[in-house]
Design a protein around this ligand. Structure first.
Ligand code: HEM
Length: 468
């Protein structure tokens, strides 16, 4: 039975809770249906564990912004917690280790030039490789999946390891495959069963593959760290790993939370968070751009005008491109890349919208419910850049735009991601025209569900634009 004054929800079955009422391979529609019956804040049981699902901007903001620290924990007894060994930053619980590591990453990203030219240069460097790949496909059709995954992966690789890889490099293909497989299984039925039925955790079921992948990834990063230790010059950091090693040395054995094990997990967290998210947003973006040619053309017209006489776009140019900005934001809105955010957890007994929620309750922040919430958007259910434009054609960002979540746990890579999306889209749209192939049939915009949403594989035709 639900505790007193706990958010309402569907009847609970012994041991299984509500898992039979959810389509485990994609519960998003079920969450929407339950919201209609039980309101913006309701609860379900995943096996014996209660979880509160929060929907709509008002309730989500009250939880993660107004009552920020009450809702800033992470559950520690899930499949993902076991994979990440509760280290790193994404699944680390609210506390001093998470705070220290989060602050460190933000400072390091800033020192590496986020918001300054050096990060832009790194992104432009990678864009050159995307352009070469696309040039090979001019006049033909191509599938952009591997290209965007590898590009996003290389940008974060530059930050973490000061290295990039050719798009057909075996190591990078292996890493991307491990991540893709892990994301798919982590939000799928096997992970849900793992969370619901602790007794099955040690059985040789498909979720073991994720642990194997995680081990291989840790070994790869451990090799990088070993190599860095041999070649680094203290105080002259080349990348994130060097910065962390400098910090470890500075802190000595003062009992701080910094350690080499943390470094491995942290690096993997940043790598994972920085690859799948940006690349899936780009994939969805181009799927829409090829199917809304008038939107693509209007961006190109604005880009040509603003960049006239300039070699390349800079992130600052976004302020002069209200339409393109609106399109990129609309792409992020419809991409809904991290549909349920990362699960939170209450850090103390608290209240939300009049309900009592005990400490340690799992919180599922349904970002999907905000990104298409009626009343928050002019056109909640269609792809329309007008959602981000006012009557004068100026760019406006509605409060409900929260694909990066909000509050103390807000995406740590938001600045990097926004810079990547802008520079990549603007540069590619300036140089190429992207077309939906005539023989490709009707486009299917329904995404494939996982920790991140990704579009079904598609091909696009590439043409060079006439030099402007
Ligand atoms: C379009 C791209 C991206 C989207 C939509 C996105 C979205 C999100 C969301 C929704 C969260 C969960 C926030 C919460 O728990 O409330 C998150 C967390 C996080 N993101 Fe991103 N992200 C993106 C790109 C990136 C990039 C490029 C990085 C790499 C630096 C990154 C690093 C992280 C980290 C480390 C966290 C965990 C933060 C914490 O727990 O304190 N993300 N992101």
């Amino acid at each position: 039975r639900r505790p007193k004054n706990f958010p309402p929800g569907p009847p609970i079955l012994p041991l299984l809770g509500n898992i039979l009422q959810l389509r485990l391979e994609n519960p998003l529609k079920d969450f929407e249906r339950l919201r209609k019956s039980y309101g913006d804040v309701y609860s379900i049981y995943i096996g014996l564990k209660p979880a509160v699902i929060i929907n709509g901007m008002k309730a989500i903001k009250e939880a993660i912004v107004t009552k920020a620290t009450d809702f800033a924990g992470r559950p520690q007894d899930l499949f993902v917690s076991d994979i990440t060994k509760r280290k790193g930053v994404i699944m680390a619980d609210y506390g001093s280790s998470w705070k220290e590591h989060r602050r460190f990453a933000l400072t390091t990203l800033r020192n590496f030039g986020l918001g300054q030219n050096s990060m832009e240069d790194r992104i432009h460097e990678e864009i050159k490789h995307i352009i070469s790949t696309l040039e090979e496909s001019v006049g033909k059709t191509m599938s952009p999946r591997v290209m965007f995954h590898n590009a996003a992966s290389n940008i974060i690789c530059q930050v973490l390891f000061a290295t990039r890889y050719e798009y057909d490099h075996a190591l990078i293909q292996f890493i991307v495959r491990c991540f893709t497989e892990n994301t798919r299984i982590t939000n799928g039925p096997w992970a849900m069963l793992y969370d619901s039925l602790p007794l099955i955790r040690y059985l040789p079921l498909p979720f073991r593959k994720v642990f194997k992948n995680a081990e291989s990834l840790e070994k790869i990063v451990a090799d990088f760290v070993r190599e860095h230790k041999k070649t680094r010059v203290p105080g002259e950091a080349r990348d994130f790993i060097d910065c962390y090693l400098d910090e470890l040395e500075k802190r000595g054995n003062d009992g701080s939370s910094f350690s080499e094990t943390q470094l491995l997990r942290y690096t993997l967290d940043l790598y994972f968070a920085g690859t799948d998210t940006t690349s899936n947003t780009l994939l969805t973006g181009f799927l829409y751009l090829v199917n809304y040619p008038h939107v693509q053309e209007q961006c190109q017209e604005e880009i040509d005008r603003v960049l006239e006489g300039k070699d390349q776009a800079s992130f600052e140019d976004r302020h002069k491109m209200p339409y393109t900005q609106a399109v990129i934001h609309e792409i992020q809105r419809v991409s809904n890349t991290v549909p349920l955010s990362v699960f939170h957890c209450t850090t103390k007994d608290t209240e939300l919208m009049g309900y009592s929620i005990p400490k340690g309750t799992m919180i599922i922040e349904n970002l999907t419910s905000v990104l298409n919430e009626e009343g928050q958007w002019k056109f909640p259910h269609e792809f329309n850049p007008e959602n981000f434009l006012d009557d004068k054609g100026e760019f406006v960002k509605p409060e409900a735009f929260m694909p990066f979540s909000a509050g103390p746990r807000v995406c740590l890579g938001e600045g990097l991601a926004r810079m990547e999306l802008f520079l990549i889209m603007v540069t590619l749209l300036r140089k190429f025209k992207f077309i939906w192939p005539e023989d490709a049939g009707e486009p299917d915009f329904t995404p494939v569900y996982g920790v991140t949403l990704t579009p079904k594989p598609y091909r696009m035709k590439v043409q060079l634009r006439t030099p402007q």
